[in-house]
Ligand binder design. Structure first.
Ligand SMILES: *Cc1c(COP(=O)(O)O)cnc(C)c1O
Length: 343
């Protein structure tokens, strides 16, 4: 069966054009610094994000872990939002790799400068795990692809700097935040010491995320990448795909947002569905309420009818629109989900 696969925007397959770019990629050995395609991509991302330097990683999770290792010490406290990727989706890496603990600020995936200030554990109190880093996720995955308001980000990062706290942007889907707000990714990344962006989500490349920041911080991150096992060799094949994605798939992200808004509106017709937030980008997270079947059962019945969604909790599902789910496919998926859930 040809599935309409809404589990994630990571499920896209390389297009013929992208496969050709991969086939023709010039490659070298990254550990000797002579893979031209990787060097070019790192330069391009640094420039796009308005940072001095950038570094390729196999995955966003690994780049996030390297950022924690670069900006904190074991025993430190890191402020994050509710439902953050750092706490839910990195297999305990913050504790296991960097030895940090997390404190949640604010509610529903967002927080303000006041929320942050209230959550900071000052270094001056030796009972506390000192807060040394503030991490912001934009867009916010588990709360339905929310865009973190940029004026809050500017205030949070200024308050962090005034307290000598480092700042990190988990921007796996920063491209979507840019498409939704009209702000450039450089503007969105400007307040942060380090920024991660993923090439493997909405952009549709088969893998790779980059960390961008000052020359010094990126130099430090190189060692942590190796320590985490991410020191790969002929990475130019991935870099060529990422380059192709920036050329061909960036401008169309807004289409995914249109599809997600439409799908969100369709699902809202059921009294058994409650969206956690109005879709602003390409993610719809919704709760099954009232007499609705549970999440597993809806996902299974939808699968039998050709639609794949992610189970995010006993009564919580996620659907993500992307390159391989055109508007009409999303409409069809919406009808099937409504049929399965009822109400
Ligand atoms: C996907 C994602 C990452 C990184 O994920 P990988 O699958 O390891 O590349 C990081 N942060 C957020 C918010 C994400 O959605």
């Amino acid at each position: 069966m040809d599935f309409i696969d809404l589990r994630s925007d990571t499920v896209t397959r390389p297009s013929p054009g992208m496969r050709k770019a991969i086939y023709e990629a010039e490659v070298g050995d990254v550990q000797y610094g002579d893979d031209p395609s990787v060097n070019r991509l790192e330069g391009r991302i640094a420039e796009l994000l308005g940072k001095e330097d950038a570094l390729w990683f196999p995955s966003g999770t690994q780049a996030n872990q390297a950022a924690l290792l670069t900006l904190t010490r074991p025993g430190d406290d890191v402020i994050v939002s509710e439902e953050s990727h750092a706490v839910w989706h990195e297999a305990g890496g913050g504790g296991a790799n960097a030895g940090v603990q997390f404190t949640v600020a604010g509610r529903n995936g967002l927080f303000t400068a006041d929320d942050m200030i209230a959550a900071v554990k000052p270094r001056s109190n030796n009972l506390y795990a000192p807060t040394t880093l503030v991490e912001i996720e934009n867009t916010q995955n588990r709360m339905g692809g929310l865009v973190f308001p940029q004026d809050d980000i500017v205030r949070i990062c200024a308050a962090a700097r005034a307290r000598d706290l480092a700042t990190f942007l988990d921007g796996a889907r920063l491209w979507n935040a840019s498409a939704a707000t009209g702000l450039s990714v450089a503007e969105l990344a400007q307040p942060f010491d380090l920024t991660m962006v993923a090439m493997s989500k909405g952009l549709g490349a088969p893998g790779g995320s980059l960390l961008a920041g000052s020359r010094d911080l990126i130099a430090a991150a190189v060692r942590f990448r190796r320590r985490l096992g991410g020191a790969m060799r002929q990475v130019g094949f991935f870099a060529a795909a990422a380059d192709y994605a920036l050329d061909h798939n960036l401008a169309r992200l807004a289409d995914d947002h249109v599809s997600a808004r439409m799908l969100g509106q369709m699902l809202s017709q059921s009294s058994r569905i409650r969206l956690v937030a109005e879709p602003q980008t390409n993610i719809i997270v919704f709760d099954l309420v009232g007499d609705a079947p549970n999440g597993q059962s809806v996902a299974q019945q939808a699968r039998e009818r050709g639609v794949l969604v992610s189970v995010f909790g006993p009564n919580k599902l996620r659907a993500v629109t992307h390159l391989d789910t055109p508007f009409e496919a999303c409409e069809r998926a919406g009808r099937i989900l409504l049929d399965v859930i009822g109400g």
